[in-house]
Design a protein around this ligand. Structure first.
Ligand SMILES: O[C@H]1[C@H](O)[C@@H](O)[C@H](O)[C@@H](O)[C@H]1O
Ligand SMILES: [Fe+2]
Ligand SMILES: [Fe+2]
Length: 301
């Protein structure tokens, strides 16, 4: 049963971040001019306190994410044999982690989850599935936790991209792929590689990380969230596609429908990042009610 709670209450200054100098897009959400560090969002070249470490993150990521590597990780973690916990317990575990790939945020991940969910809830009050999707979309980052994999950041966070075909120049810090063993593999270095036109994204092996892992967790634990929610979680870091329009020839008709929701979601995922804290205890009852509706009490991870 869903608990009825008042409309999302965001701190006044959060509203300012969102509305200040904003252009209004659909959904009424205003995109802020700059991130918490005063730079434009997703500027990977701008000199900033996070630039060097983010760059180093992508260097390691691009060298090591090969087709074979991603396939192995998917098999290993697809078994969901690390342990059991509830969705909310997982949110709390993420309190410890800061994402090293992110030039726009240095807050613990639980803040980002709630900021995204609360921002989307304000503009889409009737789409409860979207609120919950926002809350859980990054939970796959629990792979960083020693009890759930203890994986290094380079194979958990950051943008994702297809493997088994050529690396597109739209991918952040594309230059580092030259050192990836797949780069010179004749089977993988053509536009389509091992795929075919409109094969559907479900057939594509993406670089391994929190997106694919959380998708597997949702699917195997039989969430009742709609297919669009699974699509959002699975491909939310695929910026080359949803932001730059690369790789669209791999999509089938269903993917094209789902992509519309991913575009809606992405605005909130990216532009709600700010220094303003959400009062966790205040919003917790609402999210717990959604979790109970769409997930089992304990999930396998
Ligand atoms: O740095 C960010 C962060 O890791 C996000 O969680 C991911 O979804 C983005 O694609 C990435 O650019
Ligand atoms: Fe993410
Ligand atoms: Fe996110």
């Amino acid at each position: 049963m869903t608990v009825i709670v008042p409309e999302p209450v965001l701190e006044d200054n959060h509203r300012e971040v969102i509305d200040g100098g904003a252009l209004d897009l659909d959904g009424g959400f205003g995109v802020p001019d700059s991130n918490a560090f005063g730079h434009s969002f997703r500027d990977y070249e701008k000199e900033s306190e996070r630039r060097a470490s983010v760059k180093e993150f992508y260097r390691t990521n691009h060298i090591n994410q090969t087709f074979e590597f991603a396939k192995k990780k998917k098999e290993e973690y697809g078994k969901l044999s690390k342990g059991e916990m509830s969705i909310w317990e997982c949110c709390e575990l993420l309190n410890e982690f800061v994402d090293e790939s992110d030039p726009d945020l240095d807050e613990p991940q639980i803040e980002h989850l709630l900021q995204t969910a609360e921002a989307i809830r304000r503009d889409y009050p009737d789409h409860e599935w979207l609120h919950l999707t926002a809350l859980i979309h990054d939970l796959g980052k629990v792979l960083l936790h020693p009890s759930f994999g203890g994986e290094p950041q380079w194979c958990v966070v950051g943008d994702t991209f297809p493997l088994g075909c050529a690396f597109d120049e739209a991918i952040v810090h594309h230059q580092y792929f030259k050192e990836n063993p797949d780069y010179n593999n004749p089977e993988y270095r053509t536009k389509l590689g091992i795929y075919w036109e409109n094969c559907g994204l479900d057939k594509v092996t993406m670089s391994w990380g929190h997106d694919e892992y959380m998708y597997l967790v949702m699917k195997e634990n039989k969430t009742t969230l709609p297919p669009a929610a699974l699509f959002i979680v699975r491909f939310h870091s695929f910026y080359a596609l949803h932001r730059s329009g690369a790789y669209t020839y791999l999509m089938d008709e269903d993917d094209k429908e789902m992509l519309k929701w991913l575009h809606v979601f992405n605005k909130y995922d990216l532009y709600s990042k700010s220094k303003v804290r959400i009062d966790v205890e205040k919003v917790k009852p609402y999210y717990i009610s959604l979790i109970n509706k769409y997930f089992p009490e304990k999930l396998r991870w």
